[in-house]
Design a protein around this ligand. Sequence first.
Ligand code: BGC
Ligand code: BGC
Length: 857
Amino acid sequence: MKSNSVKLFTVSVSMVLLSACTAERSEIKQAPIEQKNAEIGDLEKVWPRLDIKVKQDPKIELQVKSLLQQMSLEQKIAQMIQPEIRDITVEDMRKYGFGSYLNGGGSFPTADKKAPASDWINLAEAMYQASIDDSIDGSTIPTMWGTDAVHGHNNVIGATLFPHNIGLGAMNNPALVEQIAAATAKEVMVTGIDWVFAPTVAVVRDDRWGRTYEGYSEDPEIVRSYAASVVKGLQGTVNHDFLGDSRVISTVKHFIGDGGTEKGDDQGDNIASEQALFDLHAQGYVGGLTAGAQSVMASFNSWHGKKNHGSKYLLTDVLKERMGFDGFVVGDWNGHGQVAGCTNESCVQAVNAGLDIFMVPTAAWKPLYHNLIAQVKAGDIELSRIDDAVTRILRVKIRAGLFTKPSPANRLLSGKTEIIGNAQHRDVARQAVRESLVLLKNNDQLLPLSPTQTILVAGDGADNIGKQAGGWSISWQGTGNKNTDFPGATSIYQGIEQVARQAGGQANLSVDGSFTKKPDVAIVVFGEDPYAEGHGDIDNLEYQRGNKRDLALLKRLKAQGIPVVSLFISGRPMWVNAELNASDAFVAAWLPGTEGDGVAQVIMAKADGEVNYPITGKLSFSWPSHRDQTMINRGDSYSENHKPLFTYGYGLGYGDIKNLSNTLDESVDASTNGASPVVLFERAPKTPWRSFISSGKQRQVIESSQQTFGALSVKAIDKVVQEDARLLTFDGSAAASYQLISNFPEDLRAIDEAGSVLVTTIKLIKPPTANVTLAMSCEHDACDAPVDITKQLSAMAIDSWQTVAVDLQCFNNAGADMAKIVSPFTLGTVGKLGIALSAIKLQPKKAVKAHWAIDCP
Ligand code: BGC
Ligand code: BGC
């Protein structure tokens, strides 16, 4: 679906040459870069002006103006810097007076995941007091703390964790969503925090995306309505209790198109037309901004190859000017560093595009701060742009009462720790759990189960709160948690056990499904293990590909004549035909969160057989009928061979008498899978890959530049077209490598299984003086798999372009784990070497004729 309306043209932007006069400033020299700009396509035709409920108040505007007049450039830039609690101290806050700060997922005060609420409040209070202390920076502007309370206050021990958004989508209940957001706001306020990075309003098109569960639906309808409800729940109602004492600032994220990237790649490229960008991906902003959301987070993704953090068209022309958003735009986690020509330490382009706050966790905040000041002084950023950014930030702070509310430790709800995880909030969560369950199969009306029977509860999800909570639960990835890390929570098993016991039945937990006395029925709770963001990206939707452990369990039980109920925990619809065939009943439970007992309340009847709670959830995502059906969505036109197994809106009720076939197709069509090449580098690294020089330390390469770092220098050169190749010069003074790296582990199994090679086009300039290796590796250098290519390079003619193909089997033999590759290309040596590189691809062997083929035994 290529856009007709978006013309791409090229302008040359001259970049700053930063002098290296302060140690804190980054010393990267930036050459002129090419910047692609989507032309102001159909601004007026596509994007409506929104009827935003929060109107500008002349008194507030005057106050902002007068504050601004008194501020120095340094104070203004400090408002635009958002560091992370692991990388700053309270003394840094006193000295610089940052406008805001955050804690990332799995980041806690005192670095302790069990930190009690009092630790959170103490940090909030100390940071606030330091921010209004003008003894060093002369500023008394209160700071604000932002956190990812994305399904409840999920970084805080004991908090109520609501079902993840995908489950909320299935219940289709905007009023309940508003209550969830209001409860979340309260739990956040107890800890002295002002601001929440939610809701995510991604309209998820390709379910391979690791953030699918953060989205409510594949379709904009629910997303638009929920966005408004969540914003209302978090911020309160405009002209009523807006940003009052039990409310927080909300963030609609990630602007824009995060749910529509190619292949569902996290942080990837969205190539939707401008109209589709609005019709699908903007609808959450229509809902959320209209309801008065005060901040918007820019997305990591690109639109037509250009990173949103650097897009003036999207951030300024569309969002601020056309849609009329007058709050501020916050960046995502060093997202500015991904803009062409930028690094985490320096990015004029993002400010000029309209970014108001840089989320700059890591030590990069300091050079970024100094660089921004220098860039304004050098005239590369207009002061008026800085003033606009600071005006927006101050406007929101005043609207939120930050200048008038007491300090964080003294606010209405601060320290009322009994609110965190209280019974009322857990009731709301439990209702959401009940309403989010979707019944996909119920042959012979097996459900609801009589609680008076003997019930076997099996599967590794049965008594596993971490698994049922998913990512963004205490830790960022949701991994590494035990049931005791969720005080006050119940597992799914605990809920079943309680209902059975009270009714005079019996539930026995047996993870592996073994038993001594044959049960009347088995409930098997299984599904995806927790993940977050790109760590959850996969390349097809097959459940337990290559390891059908749970299927074996289901079959074993069934073979013994025991009726089997499957409770499937997942962050997305998956291809589970085999598991469906092996189950009598099948419920999609999504990621229910801490109130696991809500499940039993629905799947189990009352002692007299009456329905306890009806099952009402309906799919807000189409469910695939084969593993490569990754992108089938509501509104698509289906053919007989290409239709979902269960369409959008599907979900049985207990009154429905409908048996699903037990012989759904379980075969895998290998021909559809993975045969298309994976391009790693073509003119520049292809998303998700970025290039780095490693020599002792690691530094990101600014494409289109010349850079030396340690023993390696990299320069953009021309092979066929402008700057389509890189010249690497290793000077032999130390070990060095040129690497393509992704932020997240990538699953390359499909292309590997297709019998593929890594092909690269190279030109030898100076022959190697020591061994040269080409390696693939996983995160933290795990699964490092080098292949020696010295022999081939030494025999190669100088100065002529040649193709080299290395069988992926060589990397496998050397220990690569193709399921989670972080660097698919690391070219390294300790000696001298001059080499030019152009295309780098993974592609099926049969399609490749290379000058040099490296095979492995
Ligand atoms: C995520 C955001 C989140 C931020 C802060 C990023 O990696 O994309 O959704 O708000 O981190 O933790
Ligand atoms: C943080 C997350 C963040 C992620 C981005 C983690 O270390 O805790 O909040 O989203 O990094 O890569």
